[in-house]
Design a protein around this ligand. Sequence first.
Ligand SMILES: NC(=O)c1ccc[n+]([C@@H]2O[C@H](COP(=O)([O-])OP(=O)(O)OC[C@H]3O[C@@H](n4cnc5c(N)ncnc54)[C@H](OP(=O)(O)O)[C@@H]3O)[C@@H](O)[C@H]2O)c1
Length: 373
Amino acid sequence: MGHMPSLPNDLPPLDVTPGPRRAEPLPADRPVRWGIVSTGKIATAFVKDLALLDDCEVAAVGARRQESADAFAAEHGIARAYGDYRALVADPDVDVVYVGTPHSLHREHVELAFDAGKPVLCEKALTLTAADAQALVDRARAENLFLMEAMWMRCQPLVRRLRQLVHAGALGAVRQVRADLGFVVDRPPTDRLLDPALGGGALLDMGIYPLTFASLFLGEPATVSATASLSESGVDLNLAVGLGYESGAVAALTASMTSWSPRSASIATDVGRIDLPAPFHHPTTVTWTPLVGDPDFDVPPAPRELKDEAPLGVGYTHEAREVVRCLRNGETESPLVPLDDTVALMRQMDRIRELVGVRYPADATAHDRAPAG
Ligand SMILES: NC(=O)c1ccc[n+]([C@@H]2O[C@H](COP(=O)([O-])OP(=O)(O)OC[C@H]3O[C@@H](n4cnc5c(N)ncnc54)[C@H](OP(=O)(O)O)[C@@H]3O)[C@@H](O)[C@H]2O)c1
């Protein structure tokens, strides 16, 4: 038998190494007060998860219409409701703004919060284009304002644990990553998922998770290839992406709005395989199967389960905790969700859209709006 790495028994804590203090820390003796921009599906899920955290409080909600804000506030027990996002971000009792609008509006709504001097957690994808993402990041850095993309997968305890083990070399050298996210989208063409003006398509909504997953374990790809079927309106419905790395590793990633795809992921190394069953992007189970010999003839050892803290709520609590940690420490960028990684991912998605022929109205102006240099 060759060398078969097994999971270490005593794992170090998943502490975040704090970043530099660039902003005035929020006081530690009271809950962090959130202001919620929009009353859609994800805003609802996020607010429900926030309710599980003692040191968080939803102070106010803003919607395009007063009635929507009132209904959302009543349902979730929120003290103040605004029929206007600008009034929400201006509320002096809002410490941090959560943006849950469609991708195409993220830049505008993050800037609105920045105009009011507020830190922001913004839903994924941060923007439609890398140029827009870079513009937000540049402004956040210039004004020492906290900004984080709500890429909650990066904050999941099991994902962080897996990354720690893989980066320590404990499970061998990563040769292949496979990951998928999708579901059948049966909605009217005006829905944000299908409307190019709102940044519709499988890539920015679902594909961003497999792509981020690959980047967590393999870094920046050297080559990108992609194929997709498009809707009549020109957004990607069913997508496959192939990434190649200088190490010789490859990643095969898919995203779909037309199929009940597996929503799982695997990482194959030279000494075994890691499996993340559905939903891989907020996993409750991760297994490690060490392998030697020929799988057609040799019986592999039983998979071993990787244990860590179970996700709290649906799992949005972990990104919220990281925001709270940063704000209480005066940090303006989370080391768990680095802004440069967010922009690098947006650049990959720009390239993939170019390869499959998906163009958004914002592409025409993104270049003009990009900062010089
Ligand atoms: N992290 C995750 O797991 C996750 C899951 C789903 C979605 N998301 C992200 O969250 C964002 C929103 O997705 P969602 O599924 O929550 O969408 P949704 O249910 O359609 O809600 C979007 C909300 O944005 C507001 N909005 C403002 N201007 C709008 C416009 N012109 N058209 C449509 N809505 C507009 C609306 O709120 P008001 O009218 O109340 O102001 C609406 O309720 C997307 O960027 C998506 O990628 C993240």
